[in-house]
Design a protein. Sequence first.
Length: 277
Amino acid sequence: MVVFNGKLYSDQECFIGVGNTALSFGHAVLEELRIENGHLLFWEPHYLKIMASMRMLRISIPMTFTPDYLEGVIKDALSNTTHLNNNAIAVFQVYPSEDNITQTHYHISFRPLENLHLDKISHTPFEIGLYKDFYIADSLLSTLPTNYKLVERLAGVFSDENDFQSCFLLNEKKEVIGTHMGPLFMVANGQIQTPPITGGTQNSVFRKQIISLLTKDSDYEISENVISPFSLQKADALFIFNLSKGFISINKYRKKIYDQHEFVQAIALKFQQSIPS
């Protein structure tokens, strides 16, 4: 089931024209939301991020785009997608009309959650590689939730071709800014580090919520610092947050083996407990 400008369509129906600005020019905000048991997690910061991103990308904000209206549209559509059982990733895309840039169109699609419980991490071996064919620009645009994901997609293909489960991404300064599956967190000498958004890291809602949780927790010390590819093999643990899969503990990078899965599991449990019901 897909929503286009408030109207429901089946997955097989065509509703986007060949001149669509998101399809043709990548001029779109694309925000992904996690829904558990019909509840949109962190809806308010997601909504504020969508609005701010629309302003920066010069997409007109309709008067109808209130928090209650958009939340209602998403929930109504999900209720009609019965096979998902109210657990899904909602993909919200909004873009200028191809006929009139002062008008705004949007569509919402859904896909299943791969992990229904954020407090549980997989023990399946997870090996990661380093993608360096192309780089992410260290600019404000890179931090926004747009539908331009070419480097991430190519890194995903590279992962599949080389039997990796994911790949690190680099910016133009050869700094690690994350992975193609989500934000990266590195544990070294008892401290947690994550790449800063000034380097081009995606400034996702869940990344900010994880940083906020760990900052307030006296058991952890977290900072946003530049991470070099060389420091990865000196780390004690590495983990990723993926919106669908949840927390992912990395087992192997090159010859380095990481085995502090209990550390990551503890963070996952605390994060689950911090989510408002």
